[in-house]
Structure formats: C-alpha cells, structure tokens
Design a protein around this ligand. Structure first.
Ligand code: ADE
Ligand code: ZN
Length: 341
C-alpha cells in the first residue's frame, strides 16, 4: 500500500452507517462489566473470548453476540460501551455515525428501554461536544422475535422521537423475510421514522427487493446478494439507493471465502452508492479503517476509490444537504493536505 493511500485512509473524514453498538463490546470491557454486574460468562480471560469468536455463519455469531450483551445492565454500562467506540473511531477520522441499537435484546431480559437509550444518547451528546462527532440513532427490530414485540419496541421509540431517527431490521435473515415486518414498518414510517433493513446478507436478491418494495427502505444494509441480479443492480444504480457493506463481517461470517471476493468494487463499478462499514467490529477483527484497508489491498482500489468511498459515506447518510456539502468540502481539504505530504 502506498504512503499516500495509507495516509488517506487514516486521515480522511468518514461517516460510519452500519454499526451495531452492541457489536463494539470488546472482550476486556465484557469481562469488566461481568465482574461489575456479577454476571456469569463462559469465559475467564480475554483469550477465552477471542478463541470463541470462530463463526461458520450469521447465527453462530448472533448466539455469542446476545450472550455477550448480557453484561450490559445499567445506563452507565451503555454509556461506557458507546463512549469507548466513539473514542476509538475518533482516531480513525470518523466525524459522523448512524448507529444501530437492539432494544429488544435488552428489554427481553428485563432492562428498561430508557436505561439503554439514556446511556447511548448521553455518550452521543458528549461526543458531539467533545469530539465533534455528529450522530443519528437507528432502532432495529429483531427479526427472530414476533411482530407484536416489534410493535412494543415501536411504542417505546415513539416516546423518544427526538433521539431516534430511523428503524432497521436485523438478526437472523434466513427464515425471517421482510414480509413478516411489513405492518410494523408501515406503522413506523407513519410515525416519521426512516426505514432501513439488513437484507441480502445471507438471504437473497429477492429479500432485497422485498425490503425496497414492502418495507420501503431508503438504504440497504449489506445487500451483497443484490449483485446476483442484473435488474436489481440497475434499479439500485438508477435510484442511487445506498448500500452499507461490511467486508470484514462478510469474511468472518463466511459470506465470502476471502476479502478478494467482497462485492464492494463490483458494486462501485456498477454505479451503486456503496459504503464501507464495520458492522460489529469487536467480533469481526476490525474497526472502520481496518475495513477500508482490507478492501483497498484485496480489491486493488486506487487512491481515488478511497476518496470516493469516504465521500459516499456522507452522501449515503441521512444528514441535510448542507451538512453533506460541508463534509465533502472537508474531505477535499484533507486530500490537498495529504498531497502536500
Ligand atoms: N446484528 C448484529 N450484527 C448483525 C448482522 N451482521 N446481521 C444481522 N444482524 C446483526
Ligand atoms: Zn449489521
């Protein structure tokens, strides 16, 4: 990798649009919170946790992801988790984040919705003041749980519209397709929430189409399988519907055999508005810049491609046009600075 490419990845302002806050729980914080909250885990050391993170598919990961988050109990825990992520990615040049959270994974085990939201929001507000990182929150419905529980989560979200911008759909894709959530997404849209969904990660191009047509999603999370379908590629390119791709996640969940098989470059070449993101960085071995580096090396991206990906991260965000322009101008200024050496 050239010094120029390396410096661009390090220094370019970037947004992250596909990030599960619960997926940033690092093994050391997990063990510390387990101790603080007297939660028993099947791990005694950071090495034990690292050893367990071998996944054959999405479900393998989700089983450990839900187990790990059992240590999150108090508002302070959610604050500490969120703040740790923000500090880390501040050093990666991140200036805006649109962050997923999974309230049903917590309310289902007796933690109040407000405990979860309060801790996350206080860290996001602190980041805006202290780190100049702006943010939007996306509340995900868990697709392996019944529709009525998604409606309960939506009721809670309606009481906190000032803090929750969008709704998403995550967890096990196989067996839980978008039509199951058509009604709750319609209700959420009526309440003013912007819809997004994980589709085409382990599912099919048809699931991506269902997300667009039935859930009316404005951004596709993952969407890898859309690349299997020429008509869908054409549609996504024409509409400029953004895709939030996650290369290291795909690798670790065996969605692709090697990073060289990541569809990021193919999607860029087809004219799609593609972004690079980390998904669950603590579980998948890399934060935002690690994902940029991985695709840069494996897909032979040039320096202009890196700049395009950073610009796409803002273009695909839900911020205002004037805020987008300010971030794009900031990227141009950093590029000039990096050129000077
Ligand atoms: N929850 C956290 N990460 C996820 C992923 N990659 N796919 C589906 N649900 C998730
Ligand atoms: Zn995800």
């Amino acid at each position: 990798m050239t010094d120029f490419a390396n410096a661009l990845i390090d220094r370019l302002p970037k947004a992250e649009l596909h990030l599960h806050i619960e997926g940033t729980l690092e093994p050391d914080l997990m063990l510390a919170l387990a101790k603080r909250n007297k939660v028993t885990l099947p791990y005694e050391s950071v090495e034990d946790v690292a050893k367990a993170y071998e996944f054959d598919c999405l479900q393998d990961f989700l089983d450990l992801y839900y187990l790990g988050m059992s240590v999150l109990q108090t508002e302070q825990d959610f604050h500490d988790l969120t703040w740790a992520y923000l500090l880390k990615v501040h050093a990666d040049g991140l200036t805006h984040v649109e962050m997923f959270f999974d309230p049903q994974a917590h309310t289902d085990r007796g933690i109040a919705f407000e405990t979860v939201l309060g801790g996350i929001v206080s860290a996001l507000e602190r980041a805006e003041k202290e780190l100049k990182i702006t943010s939007k929150l996306i509340m995900c419905f868990l697709r392996h749980l019944p529709e009525e529980q998604a409606f309960d989560a939506l009721d809670c979200a309606c009481k906190h519209k000032e803090h929750i911008f969008a709704v998403g759909l995550d967890s096990s894709e196989k067996g839980f397709p978008p039509p199951l959530f058509e009604r709750v997404f319609a209700a959420a849209r009526k309440e003013g929430f912007t819809p997004v969904a994980h589709v085409g990660e382990e599912g099919t191009a048809e699931n991506v189409r269902e997300g667009l047509d039935l859930l009316k999603i404005e951004r596709v999370d993952h969407g890898n399988r859309a690349l299997d379908d020429p008509a869908l590629i054409k549609r996504l390119a024409k509409q400029q519907t953004p895709l939030t791709m996650c290369p290291l996640s795909n690798l670790r969940l065996k969605g692709i055999p090697t990073i060289g098989d990541s569809p990021v470059k193919k999607a860029m070449d087809a004219g799609l508005l593609v972004t690079v993101n980390s998904d669950d960085p603590s579980y998948f071995g890399g934060y935002l810049n690690d994902n940029y580096r991985a695709v840069h090396q494996a897909l032979d991206l040039n320096e202009q491609d890196i700049i395009t990906l950073a610009k796409n991260s803002f273009k695909a965000s839900f911020i205002s046009d004037s805020a987008k322009q300010a971030h794009l101008d900031a990227i141009d200024a950093v590029v000039e600075d990096v050129k000077k050496g």
